[in-house]
Design a protein around this ligand. Sequence first.
Ligand code: ADP
Length: 480
Amino acid sequence: MQNKPSQNQLLQNKSFYLSRRRLAAWHTVIMTLIVVFSGLVVHRLVVRARWLNLVGNMADFARDVENLMEPTLKQAGAFEPATYQQLPGLCSTSVNCLSDIALLNQSQLLESEAALSKADMLSRLTEEPYCIRFWTNSRQVVGYLSVPIDNSVCQEPNFWKTQRDSQGRYYHDSFFPLQTRYGVQWGSMQMAGSLSSLDRYLMRIEIALVVITLLAIGLIGFASWWLAGLAMRPVQHSYQQMEQFTADAAHELRTPLAALQAIVQTALRSDQLTLEDSKEALQILSRQSYRLTKLVQDLLMLTQMEQQGYLTAFELCSLNEMITDLVDEFEALAIAAEITLVTEIDSSTIHVLANAEQLYRAVANLLSNAIHYTPAKGQITIQLTTEQSQAVIRVKDTGIGIPAAAQPYIFDRFYRADQERSRHKGGTGLGLAITRSIVQAHKGTIRVESKLNQGSVFTISLPFSDIKSGIKSDMKPDIK
Ligand code: ADP
């Protein structure tokens, strides 16, 4: 049956959900600003490039007109018959041809012989509406050249800058000086080119940019939500672990405390407390307080190790001596449990750079477990050897074994594969977690192989130090 989520879990989930939403929202806002800013920069660059292209085209066109006109010009401010031949559609204000300008179209232009010979120029001329006004040196308009253009622009008496015709099209103008064939200043030519193509182009670019930006914002929103979830996961996981740890620690502390309280209450309530009863009560008190002390010590040790992640007071120690001492210490326990303790130690001395006290404790935990989880008549073998430049300590037992499903968790704090047995032997469920922390602080590894009802093998591998060649620097632990 699935457990109902507690109030605390609900609040926690809500706060993680809120944080995720906030993180995703901030990420979306920042990324959107970046995308919009980049879009504006792209837009600006495109407009600029297109504008320079347009102005360049106008200048090219103006040069073409200049090249056609100037050889025909003799007198300042006056057109010659040859000028009319060269520029079909050219109108002088003196003959009042302005009304015809709007009627001039490409086919009419192409009918002209001159136009045919200047096909290249005319094709460009008719690509977009143009209007050219010719100014004398005394600033009077003397002629027009306009292809199909709105009269309103061409006839505009003022100097143009950016003009708009009756259909709402914009024109940009520029002035170009003209000379007679004799090199005398003839006047100037004012050219206005339609900005319609630029407008159309920009419209397309703007629509594309808006669509791309909207799509990008959608994608960013989705990605932000996903990323925020990914970023929150380890935080949530470590929060859950912390909560689990607090709950487990409280649970472990509660049991001996409750037992202590019960004994004290019973003793206090009893009217006739014999010496024997008192002794028994005190023995239980002593056992429970020992358990409490051990638990608190283990917890402190583990927390300290996990916070610091390293150990100090490293020295060169002989593992051979350490194993011999351990066997001496545990021999009596093994005999009492009717277990045979066998040692297989390499003849050569194996040294490691270690905090001797802690490393002793790590291996002692393994030995203590092996004795507790191996039934009478069993055997425990403690092996010391070297494998691929590693010092290897193996603790094998023929005990109850660990179910495969439990093996990945046995190094977790408070995890017990066999609750009953662990509590019975007074285990805190912290032994293997402490052992692993110590081994890791020595830059070593620990692993387990086990078969249910057949036994377990715990293997500790440590970088070993060859005393003859000296201690290698990469073997030195981080002593901060
Ligand atoms: P505990 O104090 O419960 O022994 P440990 O952290 O030392 O805590 O071990 C965790 C669990 O791993 C134990 O509860 C036990 O179920 C299992 N375990 C450890 N060593 C052995 C072993 N040699 N044989 C069988 N089970 C073991």
